[in-house]
Design a binder for this molecule. Structure first.
Ligand code: ADP
Length: 172
């Protein structure tokens, strides 16, 4: 029997956007099991709690048993080894993503030779989208329905109401 290909799509998902979902579904077609894993980094403050970020993802993968939502802390390659992943998926939006992603892919491969990083390009509808932009628009009272899955729109609106921006102002 063929060995199962396990993929890992790590990210902050603070919160998950339509861009992240687009990449997840593309990635899930390229492996047998896909872990969409929320990074818990004590140095990087997140707006939404880990529980919220996991819940937002889970709501969107209901009924998709080959997509598993998880979380990890510490080195990504250690988590990849633990779940026996052979591919790390990352999304590439624009040239601005490239330098950081390229460095990370090479560092991860240096740390763990057996891991490959695969970059996926989202639908052109989502190339402009980021979690920071969603938070900024929501905090300013803008409509986020085209940016995040319908299942979490209300929750994000409620959560961002009466909060101040945690990100660099984007001037929407
Ligand atoms: P991180 O803090 O690890 O960059 P993010 O949640 O911001 O976490 O992003 C996770 C991954 O998803 C990254 O590879 C990022 O480039 C990608 N990504 C984020 N938004 C989009 C989008 N709109 N389209 C495609 N890829 C995206």
């Amino acid at each position: 029997m063929r060995k199962k290909i396990i993929g890992l799509y790590p990210g902050s998902f603070d919160p998950v956007t339509n861009g992240h979902l687009d990449i997840s579904f593309r990635a899930s077609k390229l492996c047998d099991i896909l872990y969409v894993a929320v990074v818990t980094n004590p140095k990087k403050q997140s707006f939404f709690s880990l529980e919220d970020r996991i819940e937002f993802l889970k709501r969107n993968f209901q009924g998709k048993s080959h997509i598993r939502v998880s979380s990890f802390n510490g080195l990504l390659v250690n988590y990849a080894k633990k779940i026996k992943a052979s591919i790390i998926f990352r999304g590439l939006r624009a040239v601005s993503d490239f330098e950081y992603e390229f460095q990370m892919a090479l560092i991860n491969r240096t740390l763990f030779q057996k891991i490959e990083t695969v970059f996926l390009v989202p639908s052109e509808k989502y190339v402009f989208l980021s979690s920071s932009a969603v938070k900024e628009v929501a905090q300013l009272g803008g409509n986020i329905k085209n940016f995040v899955p319908p299942k979490i729109v209300q929750y994000i609106k409620k959560k961002t109401k009466n909060t101040v921006s945690v990100t660099k102002p984007l001037h929407f």
